[in-house]
Design a binder for this molecule. Structure first.
Ligand SMILES: Nc1ncnc2c1ncn2[C@@H]1O[C@H](COP(=O)(O)OP(=O)(O)OP(=O)(O)O)[C@@H](O)[C@H]1O
Length: 584
């Protein structure tokens, strides 16, 4: 129960609703427990009439009053049971909502390394399945426990006042029932988990194969794929049958135990009546109803215990994530003014998860408003430099200064707000093109969007779509070409008009002619902004104020296009190679 303590703040938040819920539960049960008493009394009236103890008129009027009371009690019990569900189950939904928001908010502040260390499926499970299990504790578990306690206390008082001996025989088999249900629930849960795992395997398989349907068709591997699906699917069928078998035992077992308890009450009650220890026959009828009324809540103890155990395990998993501190912390609350110059002084960086030493003693300086181009072989550390400027990671050695302030001493939000970043693989959301561009600046007007798209040379492509800027992208929308995605991603960055622009190889999928036009536009747009262009092409780098060439995390060349084309080395070789490729 330690992990579930996390929920206490929510119980406190909704305390008034919970108290009202508990109060209503008690009232509902008190009314429900009128029924056995009234039936018992009605049978006594019938018995008195048969024995001639009362007249026909008295018999009719007493029976009529009892029936009226019975109907009244049933209606009131029904109304209060409805209200009980409305209060307690609603509270569980409120808490579920709050907990989901808390987890999602926390996910948002965690650093990239957290996302690398945990699978997406795991993150999704904690926010959906685990929260769902916790809700079962907050709602049904609490409701059934309250139900059971009230029913037991009230029923036992009534029963004891009628016949202490019969009460003992009535409650005796109940613990056995509870333990049996607990054991069965445990097996049901274990098998449900296995079914769940096999279902998620099946859905991951289908999801992946639907996404890669073009590869499957082009390699003509439909038949082996079908075969793999059949194997997974039949595995799932076996697990489902295993689960159904044990589930099928649940109700028969309950009915058997209710039957045994009923027999005991009938036998013991009958014997006590014959011996004169019970005065009227109605008491036996009353007890028979109590047996039926108490069995279900008692069976629920086993079920509820299981719910609580599962909720505890789920909350423990949730707490593991909630406890995680973001590795990248905002060290300063007040917003910082970001000046555009960037300085790397002997910076070394090793990725914590892979231990890859991506940068080794890297030093360079860009004045505010100037452009730096970074070239180098794949894996040489170019993107890592951009990640470090956005403080997605903290460095191990050296200093990064933005303006005149060390990067760690800047307000993290101010820093990131002042950066327009175009990643290597453009990610677009399943939303309209307009909203994807506006993502960089929520309050942008339609004109701003069009200007940004024009500068990124994607405006005419967008206009070719039937719905223009309202064209929806993604799974159920249109699929863009790699180059179109890159250009929308560029539009998203420049619409922000940030002080620092970072382009990570974002023109790789456009032809050289379009690249030229975009670069001219970017030159204009980023006139007074600090710009870093990472590229594999000399054409993207040649107009930069300064160029650095990286190899295995070290700077191997620095200079301008003019100076580097004069010097023997990587840049000159690349230049010659790409010029001859162009001529071919
Ligand atoms: N998130 C990460 N976690 C762990 N290691 C990483 C991560 N990103 C990059 N690396 C490693 O760091 C090294 C430098 O990678 P980086 O992406 O900076 O190279 P790059 O020069 O941008 O390459 P490319 O031109 O292919 O984009 C590589 O060896 C890469 O495997």
């Amino acid at each position: 129960m330690k992990a579930l303590k996390h929920l206490n703040k929510y119980f406190y938040k909704y305390r008034y609703r919970l108290i009202v819920g508990i109060f209503i539960t008690i009232i509902a049960k008190v009314f429900a427990l009128f029924t056995p008493r009234l039936i018992g009394s009605s049978i006594n009236v019938v018995s008195d009439r048969i024995n001639g103890k009362i007249t026909q008129e008295v018999f009719e009027s007493q029976l009529f009053i009892n029936i009226l009371y019975l109907i009244g009690a049933a209606i009131l019990a029904g109304i209060f049971t409805f209200l009980m569900r409305q209060t307690i189950i609603n509270v569980s939904r409120f808490i579920e909502f709050d907990l989901k928001n808390e987890i999602y908010k926390h996910y948002q502040i965690l650093s990239l390394s957290f996302y690398k260390a945990n699978r997406t499926g795991d993150l999704m499970n904690r926010i959906s399945e685990d929260v769902g299990k916790v809700r079962m504790y907050v709602g049904p578990a609490i409701m059934y426990t309250m139900n059971m306690i009230t029913l037991f206390v009230v029923a036992l008082i009534y029963m004891y006042s009628r016949s202490p001996e019969l009460t003992l025989y009535t409650v005796l088999p109940l613990p056995i029932l509870s333990i049996a249900i607990y054991k069965i629930s445990q097996v049901i849960n274990k098998r449900s988990r296995i079914v769940q795992e096999s279902l998620s395997k099946l859905s991951s398989f289908t999801q992946e194969h639907f996404s890669g349907i073009s590869v499957i068709k082009s390699y003509s591997i439909e038949s082996p794929t079908n075969h793999s699906f059949e194997i997974l699917s039949s595995e799932n069928r076996e697990k489902q049958i295993d689960l159904t078998k044990i589930q099928a035992l649940f109700f028969p077992l309950m009915i058997l135990l209710i039957g045994i308890s009923t027999l005991i009450v009938a036998y013991v009650g009958g014997t006590l009546y014959i011996n004169g220890k019970i005065k009227d026959i109605g008491t036996i009828a009353e007890f028979l109803i109590y047996v039926n009324m108490l069995t279900f809540p008692v069976a629920m103890i086993g079920w509820v215990t299981n719910l609580v155990q599962q909720a505890e395990a789920s909350q423990k998993r949730i707490n593991e994530f909630l406890k995680q501190e973001p590795e990248i912390k905002n060290n300063i609350e007040i917003p910082s003014v970001i000046e555009g110059s960037i300085n790397f002084n002997n910076v070394s960086f090793t990725y914590p998860d892979t231990n890859i030493n991506a940068l080794k003693n890297v030093s360079f300086n860009i004045e505010a408003g100037k452009t730096l181009a970074i070239l180098g072989k794949t894996g040489s550390g170019k993107s890592t430099i951009l990640d470090l400027i956005g403080r997605l990671y903290d460095i191990n050695k050296g200093e990064i200064t933005i303006g005149s302030t060390l990067i760690g001493a800047l307000n993290l939000n101010s820093l990131r707000e002042s950066i327009g970043y175009v990643p290597q693989d453009a990610f677009l959301f399943s939303d309209s093109i307009k909203n994807n561009i506006k993502f960089g600046k929520e309050n942008a007007t339609d004109d701003d969007v069009i200007i940004a798209a024009k500068n990124a040379k994607v405006h005419s492509n967008i206009n070719d779509f039937k719905d223009g800027y309202n064209t929806v992208l993604g799974e159920r929308g249109i699929t863009l070409s790699g180059g179109q995605k890159q250009r929308i991603s560029i539009a998203r960055a420049i619409i922000k008009s940030p002080d620092i622009l970072l382009f990570d190889d974002c023109l790789s999928a456009v032809d050289t002619e379009t690249e030229e036009q975009i670069l001219t536009n970017l030159n204009r747009v980023s006139k007074d902004k600090t710009t870093i262009i990472v590229s594999h092409r000399v054409s993207s780098a040649k107009n930069a104020d300064h160029i650095i060439v990286l190899d295995e995390g070290r700077i191997i060349q620095t200079g301008t296009h003019a100076s580097l084309t004069e010097t023997e080395g990587y840049y000159k070789d690349l230049c010659i190679k790409q010029r001859s490729e162009k001529e071919i």
